[in-house]
Design a binder for this molecule. Sequence first.
Ligand SMILES: [Zn+2]
Length: 179
Amino acid sequence: MNLNPTPKPTFGNIDIQEEVERLIDRDGFYVILIRPIMQMRCLCWNEQTKEARSDCQTCFGTGYLLKFERHKCRDFRTTDNFIAKSLQQFATGTLLEPAQYFYLKKQSNISSNMFIVIAEWDGLNPIKESMEAFEVNIVDKHRGKGGKLEYYRVGAKSRPDITNRLQRAPIKNLQVIDK
Ligand SMILES: [Zn+2]
């Protein structure tokens, strides 16, 4: 993936990580992150062909067992000045037709083999009928002074097939990262 390095905007003495997390906490919404557990191959994995079954209901074709986590994030379409400024620098030349953009906290540790599921919630339970799945295909790690990771901004494309499978699959052991 070729992301152009973006010039670092300066915001005086503002702690960028703190500021982004405050905005996510204030205006964000809850999503499910589906994380492949890279140490745990799915039973459908074919060692000969090095392929997973694309229609596998356990691993969603990733070839790994999956972990479900609840995080809070913010989407990109915002008029917020601070966010808007850094957005303009977000890969104008990027490709891959992401359908949706998100800001996520550093603790999300998100990568491009993951899925983000937007959902409405009944307390800590996601409402199945409201779910919409996206595959993360652009990950921009925003770094501050000394290369310290501050937050992520990611692009993701719609995956209606995963959305469909989620209707049939139980969300097991949802780990609540953001309350
Ligand atoms: Zn599988």
